[in-house]
Ligand binder design. Structure first.
Ligand code: PMP
Ligand code: GLN
Length: 380
């Protein structure tokens, strides 16, 4: 069989989690919490199953869940999506991203990808026959920022889509209103679409605001917004999320969605909808994770790692160049095998070999897990 993705192997997350488990390392690599979700959420899903909500739901997701998402976006960001025609429930953000790319990108279309970028973007673009055009984020004392002049210069008549991700995996950077204004200027008077990955929407620190594209109508009118319940409710294994997009885009999205997964499992949809009616824990999520970020950063303050800013997400990047000149993959492997703490090499988020001496840790962990990892990292 001729491979459609010849350059793709097994994802770094799978590889590092397997190594962490083999070496009995503290796994700060793959991004997922090591604590459970709210028992009330499990109860709500189990109630749905017990009451017989176990057959196919509507193709686009159950109405009550779509409605509550639309209401939440309106309340938080001001944009009024029609829950009937503009919100679709997906099997996690990964499927939302793939489906959005499959419906928007035609063979030969160019898609601007800002690197480092989440690892699913480029394979999805290639499967659609698109051509990724890369712009690298700039790293300075302020952390990683997007050079919008370079994004602007990368636009051609073939540009179909610009992908953005804020809060950003792996760098933890957060786009500001100034960034959004720069992007708006670039796409104004073009037919370029935006794919905005907002899975970490409820994890922003130090009083920053998550500049959802849905706060900016001029962008929202041409955007697919992708989010994930896995991140917001500590249930990454449930693989459920949603895509919000104007009706004309959602029509095309749904055409692909119905033959991609058709629909997403029923009891989890009902459980989340019932839970969201009674609780809004996402309002406290930033404070919850900011405390963990601060604990983790304080624990590395006197180590030989240099901390980069982390303004959002549950990731902390560190520069290890004072410790080692190894490649990021070799360093992360050594850290996992010899020190007993797994990390993710940032080079895994670039399409071409690139070394910056930086690895990513995930701090979505119980305090005792973080303390255990910190004790080990401070022996280096
Ligand atoms: N986008 C980003 C930036 C992510 O970090 C992740 C998950 N780690 C996803 C998308 C995929 O989310 P899901 O697990 O809901 O498919
Ligand atoms: N998004 C998670 C991360 O960045 C991992 C998801 C996955 O394992 N594919 O760590």
């Amino acid at each position: 069989l001729q491979s459609k993705l010849p350059a793709v192997g097994t994802t770094i997350f799978t590889t590092m989690s397997a190594l962490a488990s083999e070496k009995n390392a503290v796994n700060l690599g793959q991004g997922f919490p090591d604590f459970n979700c709210d028992p009330a959420l499990v109860e709500a899903v189990s109630d749905a199953m017990k009451s017989g909500l176990n057959q196919y739901p509507p193709m686009v997701g159950i109405p009550s869940l779509r409605l509550i998402i639309a209401e939440k976006i309106k309340k938080l960001h001001g944009y009024a999506y029609d829950s009937t025609t503009e919100i679709t429930i997906t099997a996690g953000a990964t499927q939302g991203l793939l489906t959005a790319i499959m419906c928007a990108v035609h063979p030969g279309d160019e898609v601007i990808v800002i690197e480092p970028a989440y690892d699913s973007y480029v394979p999805a673009i290639k499967l659609a026959g698109g051509k990724p055009v890369f712009v690298q984020m700039t790293l300075s004392a302020d952390g990683y920022t997007v050079p919008w002049d370079q994004v602007s210069a990368a636009v051609t008549s073939r540009t179909r889509l610009i992908m953005i991700n804020s809060p950003h995996n792996p760098t933890g950077s957060v786009l500001s209103a100034i960034d959004i204004a720069a992007l708006t200027d670039i796409v104004r008077d073009t037919d370029i679409l935006i794919l905005s990955d907002e899975v970490y929407e409820h994890m922003v620190y130090d009083g920053l605001v998550h500049e959802s594209v849905s706060r900016h109508p001029e962008l929202a009118e041409r955007a697919f917004i992708v989010s994930s319940f896995g991140k917001t409710y500590h249930v990454t294994g449930w693989k459920i999320g949603f895509v919000a997009a104007p009706a004309a885009l959602s029509v095309e999205f749904r055409k692909v969605h119905q033959f991609n997964v058709f629909t997403v499992n029923t009891p989890v949809q009902h459980g989340i909808a019932a839970y969201m009616k009674n609780a809004a824990p996402y309002l406290e999520l930033s404070a919850f994770y900011q405390r963990k970020r601060d604990l983790f950063r304080a624990g590395l303050q006197d180590s030989r790692f240099k901390l980069l800013p982390s303004d959002g997400t549950y990731f902390q990047c560190v520069d290890y160049s004072a410790i080692s000149a190894s490649s990021e993959v070799d360093f992360a492997t050594w850290l996992t095998s010899e020190i007993g703490v797994a990390a993710i090499p940032v080079s895994a988020f670039y399409s071409t070999p690139r070394e910056s001496g930086i690895v990513r840790f995930c701090f979505a962990k119980q305090d005792e897990t973080l303390h255990k990892a910190l004790a080990r990292l401070n022996t280096i």
